[in-house]
Ligand binder design. Sequence first.
Ligand SMILES: *Cc1c(COP(=O)(O)O)cnc(C)c1O
Length: 365
Amino acid sequence: MVKFLDLQKQYLSIQGEIDQAMQEIIMNSQFIGGPALSRFEAAFALFQQASHCVGVANGTDALEIAIEALDLPAGSEIIVPANSFFASSEAVSRTGHKLVFCDVDSGNYTLDPAVVAAAITDRTKVIVVVHLYGHPCDMAAIGSLAQTHGLKVIEDCAQAHGAEFDGRRVGAIGDVGCFSFYPGKNLGAYGDGGAIVTNDEQLALKCRMIANHGRISKYDHEFEGRNSRLDGLQAAILDVKLKHLPDWVARRRAVADMYLEGLQASDNLILPVVSPKVAHAYHLFVVRTPKRDALMEHLAAEGIQTGIHYPIALPKLGAYRDHPQHNASMKACEMDCQLLSLPMGEHLEDQEVQRVITAVNAFFS
Ligand SMILES: *Cc1c(COP(=O)(O)O)cnc(C)c1O
């Protein structure tokens, strides 16, 4: 069996360190806040090249809190790519703003800056870029649009821990970056977790207060916020795993290189196109084929697990049945039935990657 994800194998490779870190938290009973959280926040900010990091309960909260912290007029238009996980758009509507879906590039699946440029109106306030599958969006083009039109840029980095654009780690290239530590992400907790990073000290403080009942000190509530915290156990686990992340991302890149070299691209098998400006974090390795379902079945019969990210483009989802773009014609909406995610992760052995390559090539020959 070639597994899509193998968290048990990862745990066994670092079991001693993880068990010790968890034991320490339980013994000291510092379950909320405490030194493990501060340690991880500092280490993660450093890693993502941001001056501030605020741990929160999950990646969806990170997005909602970041949007709320920007203090936008109600009903502002916020641009979101048409292909992403649902949380990217959910956060916009839940904070009371208006979703504007924009189409994605058919090579790297991130926001197409030309489409974004055409969608900007005088009510547009924010562009949410999603570094989908771990491929950073074109932050130079998006940054210049944001500057011209006075917009904020939120980076949804839930799939992009360790990814780089033009030599800079994602997260604090725009105004604020949102991370998820859902177990299956490149850096995953043993439960839910998330973080917000930024170089803006005021914005970081605002996010921290929103995430902690609108307070700084114990009973000093300045405004109504919410409870969205990264707990001590998760922070301690993430702190251990962060030290291994560079090696794990390097292994993902090596697996991707094997795929890119070994898979025979054709009109029937379209490989991801990686921009020369990025260092891809390869959360997912997604290919496109009109024979998606048959290929998926073929691989399953060969004992190879695959996934689909995502089967239905955001505007087409039931949640947006009343959205003006529900039936819009977009590449993202046509491509969704052709996407297939091959096994990807540091758990894969060379010979497993080779098995996938052989099985895919055999299907198309
Ligand atoms: C996983 C994910 C999220 C949400 O993160 P959670 O921690 O599960 O709330 C948001 N955006 C994208 C692109 C994701 O992949």
